[in-house]
Design a protein around this ligand. Structure first.
Ligand SMILES: Nc1ncnc2c1ncn2[C@@H]1O[C@H](COP(=O)(O)OP(=O)(O)OP(=O)(O)O)[C@@H](O)[C@H]1O
Ligand SMILES: C[C@@](O)(CCOP(=O)(O)O)CC(=O)O
Length: 452
């Protein structure tokens, strides 16, 4: 799609994510995962600022996130220091900093010829707790305005930093490569590779990158890149940094697998936010210790989970094929989910049993490792939820823990009504979200004007 450039202003958005299958295993390239892109999106509106510069060589980037009590970050950059962003003022944001460092080192722009850049970030409501917020809308888009800064607002775990890094990388690329087409293979590959580097640098660790991949490619089955690709980069202050980065971004086969998927028709993803009590890094460390201490039984457990993950993904695909081939039979099958008394179709049974195998094995790891992947409270919630009419199956997404549960339901299931008066669900806040196919997209800049 050509760019929707209005008077030099461009806008982009990238989705949040839920990892339905492949938690922990996805850290190894050989294991596949199933990531759903969500309708909660991170947005960036980017413009050149024509204000006169302090000196021809001074170059300023300003990023605002007005929704979070007017948060704002400003940086000065210079080519002579390998574009190390110099923070102006007190506010720190490692994600913005590493995006600047990565994209500017990749393009090596002549800053004396560049006008300053200003970016406004907007984030959809699903990413953060909605307490103490005020809605601002312009009839096209609505955003929640918080009374606190971004670092003080609890997050729901949908991957706000991956979404932020992805839209920011895209916004800066659009400044240096105005023909950027975010729906093209090359455009997405460039955004993906730069965003993975910046995200790993900001986090100070190399995760599987499924969140960045979903922000770029949308709902996908995903196998990760080898972490050594990023580990091998020289220090960012080194004179070889630019050439190594360009070689990694443009000339290296990352061997990731990202194939678009979509939930079968008439099925929906529901996310229930429970609280924000789990720390992924600690969980990952405990599971990795357990894996080493229990080898080779741990390998068998991983392979059992992997088989179940594959069966889960295959049966979702088979459901879509059935819907295309025999719509009346498919409609009847969906009704059996709404009417729990009726006989379960073998394809649905395959989904239910594969998820049960995944859950059972994660409960074993939970017991043996001390990492609360599916703790008892979550087991009780998932068991109660999957008994409800209209609910096909449910799982703890991502690293698990106490954060959230994910359900796959029919499109006629009203989960909020079903659970409204049930004390078993008193801790759950059902998020207003849906599965989305697309990752990064270009938006119309005027859709963000006049929010009030
Ligand atoms: N709207 C925003 N504006 C500016 N910075 C943001 C915004 N949203 C997220 N960030 C940055 O990302 C950080 C949160 O990233 P973090 O990786 O901890 O959470 P997450 O990506 O939402 O969750 P998870 O990784 O558990 O899915 C914030 O502290 C802030 O630096
Ligand atoms: C445990 C892990 O596989 C998934 C973490 O997912 P989340 O941040 O809980 O959505 C770690 C990773 O993939 O980087």
């Amino acid at each position: 799609m050509p760019n929707i450039n209005t008077g030099g202003v461009r806008a982009f958005s990238a989705p949040g994510k839920a990892l339905l299958a492949g938690g922990y295993l996805v850290l190894e390239p050989k294991y596949g995962s199933y990531v759903v892109a969500l309708s909660s999106r991170m947005h960036a509106v980017v413009r050149r600022v024509e204000a006169p510069k302090a000196s021809p060589s001074s170059f300023v980037v300003n990023v605002r996130s007005s929704q979070f009590n007017g948060d704002e970050w400003e940086y000065e950059l210079e080519a002579s220091t390998n574009y190390q962003p110099i923070q102006q003022g007190l506010s720190k944001n490692p994600f913005i900093e590493k995006v600047l460092l990565t994209v500017f080192n990749y393009f090596q722009p002549d800053l004396t010829e560049q006008e300053n850049i200003s970016i406004e970030i907007y984030s959809d409501p699903g990413y953060h707790s909605q307490a103490e917020t005020k809605v601002k809308s312009n009839g096209v888009k609505s955003f929640l305005f918080h009374s606190k800064s971004i670092v003080d607002v609890p997050k729901t775990g949908l991957g706000s930093s991956a979404g932020l890094v992805t839209v920011l990388v895209t916004a800066f690329i659009s400044c240096f490569k105005p023909d950027l087409d975010v729906s093209s293979y090359d455009g997405m590959r460039l955004i993906h590779n730069l965003a993975q580097v910046a995200h790993c640098q900001a986090q100070g660790k190399i995760g599987s990158g499924f969140d960045v991949a979903a922000a770029v490619y949308g709902s996908i089955t995903y196998n990760r890149f080898e972490p050594s690709l990023i580990e091998q980069l020289p220090d960012t202050s080194s004179s070889e940094y630019h050439s190594s980065l360009v070689s990694l971004i443009d000339k290296t086969d990352w061997k990731i697998k990202a194939s678009r998927v979509s939930l079968p028709p008439r099925l929906r993803l529901i996310m229930g936010d429970v609280n924000n009590g789990s720390e992924t890094t600690k969980l990952v460390a405990k599971v990795s210790e357990w894996y080493k201490a229990h080898y080779p039984v741990s390998l068998e457990i991983y392979n059992t989970i992997d088989n179940a993950n594959t069966r889960f993904v295959d049966s979702l695909r088979e459901l879509t094929v059935l819907c295309d081939k025999d719509t009346p039979a498919y409609e009847a099958l969906i009704e059996t989910i709404n009417d729990k008394g009726r006989e379960v179709h073998p394809l649905l049974q395959k989904i239910i049993t594969s998820v049960n195998v995944i859950r059972e094995n994660f409960r074993t790891i939970t017991k043996q490792s001390g990492a609360d992947i599916e703790p008892e409270v979550q087991t009780a919630l998932l068991d109660a939820a999957t008994d409800l009419p209209g609910v096909l199956t449910g799982i703890v997404p991502g690293a698990g823990g106490y954060d959230a549960i994910c359900l796959i339901t029919t499109d006629s299931c009203n989960i909020a009504n079903e659970t409204n008066h049930d004390p078993a669900f008193s801790t759950v806040n059902w998020l207003d979200l849906s599965q989305q196919d697309l990752g990064i997209i270009e938006e119309k800049p005027n859709n963000y004007e006049n929010l009030s």
